[in-house]
Ligand binder design. Structure first.
Ligand code: IVH
Length: 674
């Protein structure tokens, strides 16, 4: 980079290089450089642009971070209407669709393309001469909202189309679904709940809420993704079939869901419908069915449109996953931040293979809005990945014995008054000495992602808090053998072991400590990012909000929460106490906070192509649970995950007698723990 003749050329070269690495990473899933090298290129570009702001163009890779808030979203008309789909609710109804099409088009058999139906929000991207000129929501189908600034923050959305050895098409309107992965959805909702905010009911609401933000910096924090599946108006390029479209779009750098099926007969359609249904739980995104489309565009034109949907396509929805059971009671639990959460106690019921015995009701408003009473027969469903949800009471099944729920006026644990702060849906216990709050903060502090003191479980923490032995995180390090021996079920041996475990836990990475402190908005991932960015607690504590905003993944809300946290007297005291009792913070984080998962230390080798996720994603999910991904098979390998067309690694694994997992088995292993 030092040999660049002038900064302008260097800047252009950096941009091209970064665009290429984005494509390799996000679309092909074949990165050629390490994250650190990428970061260095990126930082170099940021520095150059800071010196020459007049050279910043909207398609620069630095411009994904989000723009200043807009007042309203402008209207954006669609060149070709964005239609919705007709639904089929069973294999029979899908078969009836095929029969209709064959009669209408006078064909013996029709080739279809079947894709998972993503539960997100459909959008249109308009590329003019290869540059992203406009991005809009579907709206009423004819006119949507201009959400260009927000779509630009999605890393899989190219700002420029790739066009190897030629000009990009003059115009390409491409449509697809913006969605959020289940894991990210759950993470965000947990954070919102901890903050006393209303959780999103489903990934679609979240995608819609995030895309329709006036402040794109908020969108940038939401880990949205996009898959393309259709085109609108095009100039300088023509598609004649869905298969062609799904093959050509990726060559422009546009992401396409790798899972789809080319179906020569209806049996293939039925097989795909059942396959996706059985894979459903293990897919990283929510899907509520499949979409079946005629492949050939000339046949599509012949089939035409009904009023609001094309005749040539249909959504094959999966059967509902609801059940009815009795709401036995509503109990109130108090969280780390003092938020009171009403929790439904249910007569056990199985929904989609999982037994449900309780469900959060979030807050008082929700219970009132849904008109739920204790004793009601209620409809239960599983939203998102696993979160059970109460849809509402079954009308007409009341006996008169049901009673309404009232939020207690005092904390169920410490009896101090409960308040509802302005603008919040949550009720809170404000007593920082409330035993429930202490218990939850201490449990969080020693949890697996934080200081990881396994021997300090809920029962023991209860005793310690009840006896007043622990009232702040630092207190756990003051526990000695004699004190511990006096507790229930603690002999000399277990007391010694706990003292040793605490001593070991005193040396902690900054990332784990940050996570353990329970800073609002800072989960394990953000904690890791902050730790590697700032290196020391002192530097982070001194960072200003604008400093923090420059850190990847840190947006306005997170940065504000961090600044507030370090400004708070109580929190400063906690940190001072921790240092006083001998906590040693390792400057760099050798392991991420989550690297201690249930698959901790298990060595994985991947070979062949996976159908339901990219290699990168598979590796990330394995490492997120503590797995270690290695390149070659040896006797130390624990699992070889074999996708389609596995190479010699699978043979070697067989020779060495190492467990070989199919994709389904791998997903099952992950979902057992995720
Ligand atoms: S094709 C004219 N393919 O489902 C039909 N739609 O209920 C164009 N959707 O508005 C849509 N995944 O938001 C198509 N693979 C997929 C899809 C998909 C999700 C959504 C889309 C559409 C809605 C219709």
């Amino acid at each position: 980079m030092t040999d660049a003749p002038n900064p302008r050329e260097e800047l252009e070269r950096l941009r091209a290089e970064i665009h290429r690495h984005n494509y390799l990473y996000h679309v092909l899933d074949r990165p050629e450089i390490e994250d650190a090298e990428y970061d260095a290129l990126f930082r170099r570009l940021v520095a150059l642009e800071a010196k020459h702001p007049e050279w910043i163009t909207p398609d620069s890779p630095t411009q994904r971070v989000g723009a200043a808030p807009a007042d309203v979203l402008a209207a954006a008309a669609h060149g070709v209407p964005m239609l919705s789909l007709d639904n089929a609710f069973s294999e029979d109804e899908l078969r009836a669709f095929d029969e209709r099409m064959r009669t209408l088009l006078n064909q013996d058999a029709i080739r279809y393309v079947a894709e998972p139906k993503l539960d997100g929000l459909s959008v249109e991207l308009v590329y003019v001469n290869g540059r992203l000129a406009l991005g809009s929501t579907r709206g009423d189908g004819l006119t949507g909202e201009d959400v260009t600034a927000n779509l630009r923050t999605i890393h899989t959305v190219p700002l420029r189309l790739r066009s190897e050895g030629g000009l990009p098409p003059a115009r390409l309107e491409v449509r697809g679904e913006v969605y959020i992965e289940k894991a990210a959805f759950d993470r965000l909702n947990r954070r919102r709940e901890a903050d006393g905010l209303e959780p999103y009911a489903n990934p679609r609401n979240l995608a819609a809420g995030s895309l329709r933000q006036l402040d794109s910096r908020v969108t940038a924090e939401r880990s949205l993704r996009m898959y393309c599946y259709d085109v609108g108006r095009t100039e300088g390029i023509r598609f004649e079939s869905q298969v062609e479209l799904l093959t050509v779009l990726p060559s422009f750098g546009l992401p396409v869901n790798p899972i789809y099926a080319v179906c020569e007969t209806f049996d293939d359609v039925a097989a795909f419908y059942h396959r996706i249904q059985s894979l459903r739980e293990s897919l990283p995104y929510e899907t509520d069915g499949i979409v079946v489309k005629i492949d050939r565009f000339d046949l599509r034109r012949a089939a035409g449109f009904a009023s609001r949907s094309p005749r040539w396509a249909i959504a094959g929805k999966f059967p509902a996953e609801q059940g009815v059971t009795r709401l036995v009671d509503i109990q109130v639990s108090v969280g780390r931040t003092g938020v009171l959460t009403p929790v439904a106690v249910l007569e056990p019921i199985r929904v989609r293979g999982v037994e449900i015995t309780s469900a959060t009701l979030h807050n008082e408003d929700e219970i009132r809005d849904k008109e739920i009473r204790i004793g009601d027969r209620v409809i239960v469903q599983r939203a998102g990945d696993v979160i059970p949800q109460i849809v509402g009471p079954v009308p007409g099944e009341r006996t008169g014995a049901e009673r309404p729920f009232v939020m207690p006026k005092t904390c169920p644990v410490c009896r101090s008054p409960v308040v509802r702060l302005e603008g919040e849906a949550a009720h809170r216990c404000l007593n920082t000495a409330c035993p429930a709050r202490i218990r939850q903060s201490v449990l969080h502090f020693v949890s697996r992602g934080a200081l990881d003191v396994e021997r300090l479980g809920p029962k023991l923490v209860d005793q310690l808090v009840d006896r007043g032995l622990v009232s702040r995180p630092g207190d756990v390090f003051r526990l000695d053998r004699d004190t511990l021996i006096g507790l229930d079920r603690m002999g000399p041996k277990s007391s010694d072991a706990l003292v040793a475990a605490l001593e070991a836990a005193k040396t902690v990475s900054l990332a784990r400590l940050l996570y353990g402190l329970g800073i609002p908005e800072v989960g394990a991932q953000t904690a890791t990012t902050l730790a590697s960015h700032y290196g020391t607690l002192e530097r982070l504590a001194e960072a200003s909000q604008s400093d923090l905003m420059a850190v990847p993944e840190v947006g306005p809300r997170t940065s504000e929460a961090i600044v507030d946290f370090f400004a708070n007297e109580e929190n400063r005291r906690t940190m001072a106490e921790l240092l006083e009792v001998g906590l040693r913070i390792e400057a760099s984080a050798p392991t991420s906070p989550t690297a201690q998962g249930p698959l901790a230390g298990k060595r994985f080798v991947f070979t062949g192509t996976l159908a339901s996720m990219t290699r990168d994603e598979a590796e990330r999910r394995a490492t997120a649970q503590g797995g270690v991904v290695v390149d070659s098979v040896s006797s130390k390998t624990d699992y070889v995950v074999a996708g389609a067309d596995p190479g010699s690694k699978e043979k070697k694994a067989r020779d060495l007698g190492i467990t070989i997992l199919s994709e389904e088995e791998f997903l099952a292993l992950l979902s057992r723990h995720e």
